[in-house]
Design a protein around this ligand. Structure first.
Ligand code: GA4
Length: 318
């Protein structure tokens, strides 16, 4: 049974809008136009016919469920999430808290061997999954560059293909609602924007994700179709498109009687990569909104603040 979404604050309003579902097998120029439009309007969209094999997704999901089903003492052996490892309820380093447990893995390379009883199987599942979703993220970034008319269509995907890319995989596990009814805290992961370039999210069929393209309004994202990935623009991509694409605030609520599991790949640049908008997207009428910055600089700004704080405006040209 799915319980109605409960706004935690009376001022908040829920809106029933479905995210665009983009078929990646459709005609290429149409696909790139739809992706650009969705990235400009909502910063979020879903993709189907994405080419990530079902068995690769299943292997990762099985490992993930296996990990979260272990006793706490065993999961803690993979922690703390400082910044990679197992975390429970505490998020980041500045006192943020949510009804979630998670595993944060650097994708480059995967080194933690205390995660599974069969580390080889775990490593194979993660590496297979990461490789496939990275390819998907690169394909989407190339479609975005084409749709924007940028001459070098690999200018965005090159950030993720860099062997020093700082990309992450995050596995989240949200408890079912009945466990929380007494404490009445239904925030699984509080509102925030993703700092990276692009996020590719896969979740089980339990709802919980909400996005806020406009202050005070939240749109629940349905977990359907079950074969889809949810894609969203991160802060670095907002800067790389000079504010044309939107990095939109989102959160995860705990609002179902079933447990929710999600797997997020955060495609990021290498630490020393320079984030600057391509000239093609600038003009005398649309001058640079952001000064160039490195990913390392942006990451420092991110980790020194709270989850819900905005950070990109610190990099705006005055
Ligand atoms: C949000 C997106 C990713 O999950 C994440 C998060 C990171 C963390 O959980 O350690 C942060 C958060 C995220 C943004 C602000 C800082 C850093 C927690 C936090 C309070 C892994 C990321 O890259 O930024």
């Amino acid at each position: 049974m799915v319980v109605a979404h409960q706004p935690s604050n009376e001022q908040e309003k829920l809106r029933d809008i479905e995210l665009p579902i983009i078929d990646l097998m459709a005609e290429r120029s149409q696909v790139s136009k739809l992706i650009v439009k969705a990235s400009e309007n909502l910063g979020f969209f879903k993709v189907i016919n994405h080419g990530v094999p079902q068995h690769v997704i299943k292997a990762m999901e099985d490992e993930s469920y296996g990990f979260f089903s272990k006793p706490a003492s065993q999961k803690q052996r993979a922690g703390p999430a400082n910044p990679y490892g197992y975390g429970c309820k505490n998020i980041g380093f500045n006192g943020d808290y949510g009804e979630v447990e998670y595993l944060l893995l650097h994708t480059n390379p995967l080194s933690n061997s205390t995660i599974s009883n069969d580390p080889t199987l775990f490593r194979c599942a993660v590496n297979g999954y990461v490789e496939a979703v990275r390819e998907l993220a690169c394909e989407i970034l190339e479609l975005m560059a084409e749709g924007l008319g940028v001459p070098d269509t690999s200018v965005l995907s090159n950030f993720l293909r860099d062997s020093h890319s700082d990309s992450l995989l995050r596995l989240n596990h949200y408890p079912p609602l009945q466990l929380l009814q007494l404490v009445n805290n239904r925030i699984g992961f509080g509102e925030h924007t993703d700092p990276q370039i692009l996020t590719i999210l896969r979740s089980n069929d339990v709802p919980g994700l909400q996005i806020s393209p406009q202050d005070g309004f939240w749109i629940p994202v349905s977990p359907h179709p079950s074969t889809a990935f949810c894609v969203n623009v991160g802060d670095a991509l907002q800067a790389l498109t000079n504010g044309r694409f939107l990095s939109v605030r989102h959160r995860a609520m705990v609002n179902s009687c079933r447990r929710r599991m999600s797997m997020a790949y955060f495609g990021a640049p290498a630490p020393n990569a320079r984030i600057a908008c391509p000239h093609k997207l600038l003009s005398p009428h649309e001058p640079n909104l952001y000064r160039p910055f490195t990913w390392d600089e942006y990451k420092k700004a991110t980790y020194s603040r709270k989850l819900g704080d905005t950070r990109l405006h610190f990099f705006r040209v005055q």
